[in-house]
Design a binder for this molecule. Structure first.
Ligand code: B12
Ligand code: SF4
Length: 504
C-alpha cells in the first residue's frame, strides 16, 4: 500500500428495488485495488448511507470521498452528502465521476464542495490523481481530470485516448461481495431469476445530437474482447449463479465480429440476454448473425428509434442512415428471428411553430401505431425530449434560441422539476405546452394498456386481456384524453417499463 489515507467509493441510491451491481464504482475500485485501501458504500443497499459514510470518515483514516453521479435521483444523496462531508470532515477530498459530473462539471465545480471531477473513464485518471495527491506531485496535467485554480476557475484537462479494456485489472467482484453479498445484485427480471448487469464497452461511435455520451466520447468506442466478457460472466455465473445478463453498454452491438464470437461462446450457457443497439447498424448484420444471437440467448434488444420523421432524424444527427422506413422494416425483420425489438421514441422535439410541434407529435403517434401493427411484439418506450447540450449542434442552437437553459447552482438540480426533467418525464422546455405533454403521456398510458409489456412477469394472461380490451376502443379511435380507468388499473396491475431508467 502506498498511502495511509483511505478511499471511500460511494454509489448514491438509484433504484428502489432490483438493485444492480454498481459497475461504476466497481470498475473505479478495480483501478486502485491492491494499491490503495478502499471501501464501497452502496446507497441502494444501505438504509442510512450517510450514517455508514460518516462512520468511516470519523475514523480519520480516510482522505478521499469518491462519488459516482448520474442525473436524477442519485443527486439526492450525492449533493447533500458531498456537502456534509466537507462541512463535518474538512480534510476530506471530494472527487466526482460519472455522466452528470462529466457533462455538468461547471456547476459541480462551482458548488465549492466538490474538489475534483474525473470526466469520462476514471481507470487511469483516478489512480493518477491519488498518486499525485499522496506524493505532493502536480496533478495539473492528468488527462480526464477537471480541477480548480486557487482563484476558483475550473480547468478541464485533455482527454485521454480510449483504453484497451482487456488490459484493465479484473473487476473486484469478491471484494464487493465482502461489503454487499453479490446475490443481492442478481435479481429476477424478464430474462431470468438472477440477472447480472454487465458493462462491456466504453463510448459509442455515433454523434446523436441529443445524447450525453457524445460530449464525453466524441464518436469513439472500444469494446472488451468477447473472450474477456465471457470470462467475467462465467465467473459470476459459477460463483453466484447468474442465469441471465443485462448489458449496460451505451451501444453493445457495435461490432458484428465481437458479437458473433461472444454468441458462439454463449451457445451452450443457457443464459438470456438483452442490450442496446442501433437499428441502422444491426440492419446491416447478416441473417445468420441474427439467428446465431437468438440461439445464444439474445431475447430482446433496445433501439433508439426516436421518431418516424426523416427530417427530425436528420436533425438528431443519428448518423444520417436511419429512416422511418428502415425502422418499420427492421421491426418486421426481427419478428422472423423471434427477437423482441424494444423501440424508444422521443416525442416533443422543438419546431418553428406550435402547430409544427403538434404535427410532429401526432405523426409519431401514428407511426408508433404502424410499428405495432407490423410487429405487435415490439415494446415501445416513450420519452419526452430533454435536451443535452452538444456544443455546436444544430439542435443545441435551436433549444437555446427557444429560451432553454440549465440550472446555475448545483442544489437547484434537486428541485422536483429538474428531477422530472432528468427522468425525461417533464421537460421544462419552452416549446412544449402542458396540453402537448399531456397528449404524449395519455397516449403512453393507452398504448401500455393496449399492449402490456412482456417484461412485466407478474401480470397474468387474464389481467393482460382485461386491460388490453379496456384500452382497445380508445387506441383504435385515437381517443386518449383522461384515461382515468386505465390509470386506475395501471396502479393496481400494470408496471410501466422504462428500461434506461429502472432497467429490465
Ligand atoms: C446502469 C445505469 C442506470 C441504473 C443505475 C445504476 C446504479 N449506479 O445503480 C438505472 C437503471 C437505475 C439508471 C437510471 C437512470 N439513468 Co442511467 N445509466 C446506467 C448505464 C446504462 C450504465 C452505468 C454503468 O454502470 N456504467 C458502467 C461504468 C463502468 O461506466 P461509467 O459509469 O461511465 O464509469 C466510468 C467513468 O464514468 C468514471 N466514473 C464513474 N463514476 C465515477 C466515480 C469516481 C469517484 C471516479 C473517480 C470515476 C468515475 O470511471 C468509470 C470507469 O471508467 C448508463 C450508460 C452507460 N453505459 O454508462 C446510463 C446513464 C448513466 N443513465 C442515464 C440517465 C439519464 C439515467 C436516468 C437519469 C434517466 C433515464 N435514463 O431514464 C435514470 C435515473 C433514475 C435513477 N433512478 O437514478 C444517462 C446519463 C445521461 C446524462 N444526461 O448524463 C446514461 C449515460 C444513459 C444514456 N446514454 O442516456 N441508470
Ligand atoms: S447511438 Fe445511442 S449511445 Fe450512441 S450517440 Fe446515439 S443515442 Fe448516444
Amino acid at each position: 500500500m502506498t498511502t495511509t489515507r483511505k478511499v471511500l467509493l460511494f454509489n448514491p441510491r438509484s433504484a428502489n428495488s432490483k438493485y444492480r451491481v454498481p459497475n461504476s464504482i466497481l470498475q473505479v475500485g478495480a483501478s486502485i485495488y491492491g494499491r490503495y485501501e478502499f471501501v464501497f458504500v452502496d446507497g441502494n443497499l444501505e438504509r442510512d448511507p450517510w450514517q455508514k459514510i460518516a462512520s468511516y470518515l470519523q475514523t480519520g483514516e480516510f482522505g478521499y470521498f469518491g462519488t459516482t453521479v448520474m442525473p436524477g435521483p442519485q443527486l439526492r444523496q450525492a449533493i447533500p452528502f458531498a456537502k456534509k462531508a466537507k462541512e463535518q470532515f474538512p480534510g476530506i477530498i471530494n472527487i466526482w465521476g460519472g455522466y452528470f459530473a462529466s457533462n455538468q462539471y461547471q456547476v459541480v465545480m462551482d458548488s465549492g464542495y466538490v474538489d475534483f471531477v474525473i470526466y469520462g473513464p476514471g481507470d487511469n485518471a483516478f489512480p493518477s490523481l491519488l498518486d499525485a495527491l499522496e506524493t505532493g506531485q502536480p496533478y495539473e496535467f492528468i488527462p480526464n481530470l477537471i480541477w480548480k485554480t486557487p482563484e476558483g476557475v475550473a480547468i478541464k484537462n485533455s482527454k485521454e485516448g480510449l483504453i484497451n479494456l482487456d488490459t484493465l485489472p479484473p473487476l473486484p467482484y469478491d471484494f464487493l461481495d465482502g461489503f454487499y453479498p453479490m446475490k443481492r445484485y442478481l435479481n429476477p427480471t424478464f430474462l431470468g431469476r438472477s440477472t447480472l448487469a454487465y458493462h462491456s464497452s466504453m463510448g459509442c461511435p455515433f454523434t446523436c445530437s441529443f445524447c450525453a455520451v457524445v460530449p464525453i466520447f466524441e464518436a469513439r468506442w472500444k469494446g472488451k474482447s468477447a473472450e474477456g466478457m465471457y470470462r467475467d460472466i462465467m465467473y459470476v455465473k459459477e460463483k453466484w449463479g447468474a442465469d441471465s445478463i443485462e448489458f449496460h453498454d451505451n451501444n453493445f452491438f457495435v461490432s458484428e465480429k465481437r458479437l458473433r464470437t461472444f454468441a458462439e461462446l454463449m451457445l451452450n450457457e443457457n443464459m438470456n440476454w438483452w442490450g442496446e443497439a442501433r437499428i441502422d447498424t444491426m440492419d446491416q448484420f447478416s441473417d445468420d448473425t441474427l439467428a446465431l444471437i437468438r440461439k445464444a440467448g439474445c431475447r430482446m434488444i433496445f433501439f433508439g428509434a426516436e421518431t418516424g420523421n426523416d427530417a427530425l432524424l436528420k436533425q438528431m444527427d443519428k448518423g444520417g442512415k436511419q429512416t422511418g422506413a428502415q425502422i418499420a422494416a427492421f421491426a418486421a425483420r426481427l419478428r422472423k428471428f423471434d427477437i423482441i425489438p424494444e423501440y424508444s421514441f422521443v416525442l416533443g422535439m422543438p419546431a418553428e411553430t406550435p402547430e409544427k410541434v403538434w404535427e410532429q407529435i401526432e405523426s409519431d403517434i401514428t407511426f408508433i401505431k404502424q410499428i405495432k401493427a407490423i410487429n405487435p411484439a415490439t415494446e415501445i418506450i416513450i420519452y419526452v425530449y430533454s435536451p443535452v447540450p452538444t456544443e455546436g449542434s444544430e439542435l443545441y442552437q435551436r433549444i437555446q434560441e427557444a429560451g432553454f437553459s440549465f440550472p446555475e447552482r448545483l442544489e437547484d438540480w434537486l428541485s422536483p422539476q429538474w428531477e422530472s426533467f432528468d427522468q425525461r418525464r417533464n421537460p421544462l422546455t419552452p416549446w412544449l405546452t402542458p396540453a402537448m405533454v399531456r397528449r404524449i403521456q395519455d397516449f403512453e398510458t393507452v398504448l401500455n394498456a393496449r399492449y402490456p409489456t412482456v417484461s412485466d412477469t407478474k401480470l397474468s394472461q387474464f389481467q393482460r386481456n382485461v386491460v388490453s380490451a379496456l384500452a382497445g376502443v380508445r387506441y383504435r379511435f385515437n381517443f386518449f384524453h383522461y384515461p382515468y380507468e386505465l390509470k386506475a388499473l395501471q396502479k393496481l396491475w400494470l408496471r410501466y417499463r422504462q428500461p434506461e431508467w429502472e432497467g429490465m
